[in-house]
Design a binder for this molecule. Sequence first.
Ligand SMILES: [Zn+2]
Length: 261
Amino acid sequence: MDIFLIFPMILGWFAGYFVNYSSDVLPHTRRFSQPVCSHCQTPFSWADYLTLRACRTCGKGRGPRTWLVQILAVASFSYFWLVPSKALGFWLGAVVLIYFGVITVIDLEHRLILHPTSLFGAILGLIVGTYIYSHKYSMLASVGQSLLGGIIGFGIMFLLYQVGALVARFRARKMQAAGQADDEEEALGGGDVYLLGVLGLMLGKDFIVNALVLGALFGGVVSLLLIIALLVRRRYSSDALMTFIPYGPYFIIAAFYMLFL
Ligand SMILES: [Zn+2]
């Protein structure tokens, strides 16, 4: 093994810390607060937290996500050290990787895309988009390409969200008529609108539509497989179609593919 791989591996381990820590505290306190045990809410000492120790009060371990994030972070940092993203290079790519990691974990665990992370993403997106286009265009034109991508991503998703809200209202009325309580499911989370704005800024106007189509296709295929699996196990009901599909991670995978591979 190349001795110099030690450097990206250590860097990746710390990136993993940051993704885990952000995913642990941001959904609950919206700021970088003291980490607490997810089972009994006892605060962790930093020494225990960073050595991934089990909680001293309730004895529960840190859970598979923590370990998975650490391993994936080390693996991806090592890989992109050897084969950096052509569009971003290693360092900007590393920041984007960490950002994608944080929003993916929080979206999967809480079905939530937080406003502070979207705001940070907008700034990062503008930098990334401008950087990518600056190889081809002037500075000002590159900023324009990035901004236009952001507007397109946000705009398309906003329209889809409005349609989704209409369907949800129609469904709520039908359920009320049938005497059932409205369960307030949304087919498309409002946070996805901001996420697609951020991805649009990153990818710019030439690529955001590709990412949208790719993400929707990928999400659609996975949903279809899920429905087939439910059918096979005879658990399928008409409600399965209406269960919330967290589309955010699919769009992130699409953007990841386009930016890194
Ligand atoms: Zn505990």
